[in-house]
Design a protein around this ligand. Structure first.
Ligand code: PMP
Length: 411
């Protein structure tokens, strides 16, 4: 299968990711676990190494050269994220340690500001646990209720049901942009518009969208948008919370400590301006700069090139997998990314995953932190192959042959 028909040079791109050329059990690695984390381009790895070797110094504190330089690089990374998301103001970008941290920050701070007894928060049936549990904890603290938008058999949200859930007690809608288990791309712009008609703010979990979709927070008009750096080819332990200025200004800080204050006495503390108010303690400044570098890398390749290529992978993979007798695909939404969750005949997902591993194919098995999705289908979980722009059609061919071999073994 010739990859050269596509607009970018896949061999060159793969060469940018050192880990991909590894052999596992003596065979070339096929890395289909990008939903869990993505591999890092050499430019990101080299940048991290150079920062620690030549530039390391704490930000926002020193009067000396290194600290000043590092602070400038950290704030430049913030601008890169602002540009990537098309946020209106740079101080609307808060660096966190990951999306889980970002959502917990909003659940706490927004919850303190706006949520009281009998209020309601809307999530969907296809949320990652990170976009369920923090809201559940908030509801428990405040005596509020969680309401859930259901999805259909294909894995598409039922917007009519969503509209019915909205009422005067609804305080926030928290919704996933792209499902990590079903691959569904949700119509988040429409979801935001419906909520805003009722003056309800919306948080979007962008963990699986930011690396595949063009995200423009002003066009979406969402109130909060969150993602993790490690899923967009950046370092682990980095994340972003975008929040509209009006909310971030009003919300109380999530954590107290250094850097987030203006003046401290034993009687009273006043807080720093945005974004510092939400960045207590030494931030992961080197990670944030590495994330900025990953965004630069993606911009160089071009998101539309990436999307075109990933669409070919999706169409090719869907056709090939559906041709396998006995394979049941979960998540067949019209609008989806290249994530394939499936079960093969009656073979337990774990067994399929373990045998694929021995064939040097890395997939994930289990519930993928979305147990309510599998409750919907009345199964325990599935096998998930999540692909990205450095994967190839040949890898899909090899993968499908491997699945056929597994079916034979269990015959
Ligand atoms: N939301 C979604 C949709 C995800 O896929 C993930 C990671 N699988 C998360 C949230 C949580 O991300 P992290 O573990 O990086 O905080």
């Amino acid at each position: 299968m010739a990859n050269k028909i596509f607009t970018f040079d896949i061999a060159k791109i793969r060469n940018d990711f050192p880990l991909l050329s590894q052999k596992i059990y003596g065979k070339p690695l096929i890395y289909f676990d990008n939903g869990a984390t993505t591999q890092k381009p050499r430019v990101v790895i080299d940048t991290l190494s150079k920062l620690y070797s030549e530039h390391n110094s704490n930000v926002h504190r020193g009067v000396h050269y290194l600290s000043d330089q590092m602070t400038k690089m950290y704030e430049l990374a913030r601008q890169k994220v602002q540009n990537y998301l098309n946020a209106r103001y740079v101080h609307e970008i808060i660096f966190t340690k990951g999306i889980t941290d970002s959502i917990n920050a909003v659940a706490y701070s927004f919850g303190e500001l706006c949520v009281k007894e009998n209020d309601e928060i809307i999530v969907s049936e296809m949320e990652h646990h990170s976009n369920i549990v923090p809201w559940q904890m908030l509801c428990k603290r405040k005596g509020a209720k969680l309401r859930v938008i259901p999805f259909n058999e294909k894995g598409e949200l039922l917007l009519d049901e969503y509209k019915k859930l909205i009422n005067s007690k609804t305080k926030l809608v928290a919704i996933v942009h792209v499902s990590n288990s079903l691959g569904t791309i949700n119509p988040v712009k429409e979801i935001v518009a419906i909520a805003h008609k009722n003056n309800i703010p919306v948080l979007i979990d962008g963990a699986q969208a930011i690396q595949h979709e063009r995200v423009d927070v002003q066009s979406l008009d969402c109130d909060f948008y969150a993602f993790s750096g490690h899923k967009i080819y950046g370092p682990t332990g980095t994340g972003v919370l975008y929040g509209k200025e009006r909310w971030l200004k009003e919300m109380p800080p999530y954590q107290g400590g250094g850097d987030m204050i203006d003046r401290v006495t034993f009687e009273h503390t006043t807080y720093a301006e945005l974004p510092s108010k939400f960045e207590a303690g030494t931030p992961n400044y080197i990670g944030a700069i590495g994330l900025g570098c990953a965004l630069d890398y993606l911009t160089t390749i071009g998101l539309s090139n990436i999307q075109n290529y990933e669409k070919k992978l999706l169409d090719y993979g869907t056709t090939k997998l559906l041709a396998l007798k006995g394979l049941k695909l979960y998540g067949t939404a019209k609008n989806k990314v290249c994530i394939f969750s499936f079960l093969l005949d009656n073979i337990p997902a774990y067994d399929t995953g373990i045998i694929l591993d021995k064939m040097s194919i890395a997939v994930r098995t289990g519930h993928f932190c979305t147990q309510p999705i599998w409750d919907h289908y009345k199964i325990e979980g599935a096998v998930r192959a999540s692909l990205t722009f450095y994967n190839t059609l040949e890898e899909i061919d090899f993968f499908c042959e491997a699945l056929k071999k597994i079916q034979k073994m269990f015959e």
